[in-house]
Ligand binder design. Structure first.
Ligand code: TYC
Length: 104
């Protein structure tokens, strides 16, 4: 084995170890709309993101005024499950609330 090969293998092993320690993370974002009631958005943030009334109100108002707000950062599986649950809960209650995930 050449020295270059050896270094390439060591580098690859280090990269693999880093990937295991730090899986890719995804932001969950709530998007503003004109119809979903503010109280409903606050409930969503409390139920699905375990926020207090105060935290939830602050994020809801940020989304309302700025158009978008961060709910949390999760691994891929957890983020996609939460996005689905939020959208399903909103649709069951006939609100057009939008919730998306994006790579961090
Ligand atoms: N803009 C909505 C209203 O005035 C409230 C709202 C806030 C909707 C946050 C969606 O993600 C949202 N009723």
């Amino acid at each position: 084995m050449t020295e270059d090969n050896f270094e390439a293998i060591i580098l690859k092993e280090k990269q693999d170890a880093t990937k295991e320690r730090c899986p890719p993370l995804y932001k969950i974002l709530l998007l503003n709309d004109d119809f979903t009631p503010m109280e409903f958005v606050v409930e969503v943030l409390k139920i699905f993101f375990h926020m207090t009334q105060e935290q939830a109100t602050r994020i809801m108002l940020k989304v309302h005024t700025e158009g978008v707000g961060l709910c949390g950062v999760y691994t891929s599986d957890i983020a996609s499950t939460k996005v689905k649950q939020v959208i399903e809960f909103a649709r069951k209650n006939q609100h057009p609330l939008r919730c998306v995930m994006e790579e961090n």
